[in-house]
Design a protein around this ligand. Structure first.
Ligand code: B12
Ligand code: SF4
Ligand code: SF4
Length: 309
């Protein structure tokens, strides 16, 4: 099968599976992205995410993951819904990627596995391997190269048609495809995200210091949250730098009901959430990203955010 036909079939199968955009990139060692990653790690902008420093070779060169790789297939999966966060300051906020019924890793991984089976069945020579933020792959770098979107100054990939409220995933494949080209960076003179970030985590255009980021502090930090970081009402993740982005708000919503906010936590006050027992917490957040903080992290975030009011 020629590469154009193969690409067409892959694209239509991915769209059928619920992905919004599909982009193809030649798999090669990355240089500028590797340099940025090196600088980010050397400057300790990864905070305590030691795992970001592991597997540097694999992260910057996909042939270290799959020897005969030829292409990277990048996929976007929308998660935004028409539901708004409450404006009531007694109601803490959970970021929209995490407030739903299920963890995106599980939903998307299942789709990727099915897609890999379909693609592998197209020819006995085809081999694939899939990731959704669960391996040493720079999701954003490949998405940018493939033309799914540009790297915004808030360091999220922005699709000119939908904004940035989507997840990224990849299928690595040992076949040539017709490759996309990067889209224009439309941030231009806009600085809304940098000005809106309450902690200064976006310390320069296109650069984020995880130490200062509310998302890092509430999801990844396993220790105390520094006093000087005001959580601004966020108890798991943070959407501020995306909420202010003019490319969001295009009313392009997911059709996946798993990303609608869970009824048990919607519009609940700090005190109501602080009253949840460990069992209740485990039951409510079973199979969702919020379980990542564990009960202690959940309590820590709630207490700190309430204190910061
Ligand atoms: C580590 C990590 C985090 C860390 C650090 C974030 C970061 N910006 O790196 C923390 C915990 C803070 C985090 C937070 C969030 N994350 Co996160 N995270 C990741 C992870 C695992 C790795 C990202 C990475 O490689 N960082 C390393 C540094 C070096 O990369 P970077 O900031 O992207 O740097 C690039 C650019 O800045 C650029 N660059 C640097 N200088 C310059 C200069 C110019 C001029 C230009 C043009 C570019 C440029 O080059 C660098 C290399 O490509 C990815 C999944 C994955 N496996 O890739 C998800 C991922 C990036 N996260 C994601 C999400 C959804 C989030 C949150 C929105 C969750 C939330 N609501 O709280 C926030 C967003 C915060 C933000 N403003 O970025 C999505 C983003 C989807 C998208 N549309 O882009 C990803 C891709 C997960 C996924 N598979 O869907 N995350
Ligand atoms: S997620 Fe929040 S704290 Fe982190 S960079 Fe964006 S606005 Fe700043
Ligand atoms: S808010 Fe403005 S500068 Fe920031 S990512 Fe969006 S368009 Fe770019």
């Amino acid at each position: 099968m020629n590469k154009t036909r193969l690409g067409e079939i892959i694209k239509s199968k991915c769209i059928e599976a619920g992905f919004f955009k599909v982009g193809f990139t030649r798999a090669e060692k990355t240089y500028s992205e590797a340099l940025y990653l090196r600088e980010w790690l050397d400057e300790k902008r990864n905070a305590d995410m030691q795992w970001m420093a592991n597997n540097f070779e694999k992260r910057t060169d996909p042939s270290e993951i799959m020897e005969d790789i030829r292409s990277v297939i990048s996929l976007s999966y929308l998660y935004d819904t028409p539901v708004a966060h409450s404006e009531n300051r007694n109601i803490p906020k959970i970021s929209r990627y995490a407030w739903g019924e299920r963890d995106y890793h599980k939903i998307i991984k299942k789709k990727l596995k099915n897609l890999c089976n379909v693609i592998n069945s197209l020819s006995p020579e085809i081999k694939t391997r899939a990731y959704v933020d669960d391996g040493p792959v720079m999701d954003k770098a490949w998405a940018v190269r493939s033309g799914i979107g540009w790297m915004g100054k808030n360091t999220n990939v922005i699709d000119p048609d939908t904004g940035s409220f989507f997840f990224l995933a990849e299928i690595l494949i040992n076949a040539e495809l017709d490759y996309g080209t990067p889209v224009e960076d439309l941030c231009k003179s806009c600085n809304l995200c940098i000005n809106a970030c309450p902690t200064g985590a976006l310390y320069e255009e296109y650069k984020l210091d995880a130490n200062l980021c509310i998302s890092y502090q509430t999801i990844e930090n396993r220790n105390d949250i520094p006093d000087e970081i005001n959580l601004n009402g966020w108890i798991f993740g943070c959407d501020i730098c995306q909420d202010v982005c003019p490319f969001n708000g295009k009313n392009k919503f997911t059709t996946d009901i798993n990303f609608l906010p869970k009824s048990q936590i919607k519009n609940k006050t700090y005190d109501e959430l602080l009253n949840l027992s460990e069992d209740e917490f485990n039951k409510i957040f079973e199979g969702t990203p919020v379980r990542r903080t564990k009960y202690n992290g959940w309590k820590r975030n709630l207490i700190k955010a309430k204190k910061d009011l």
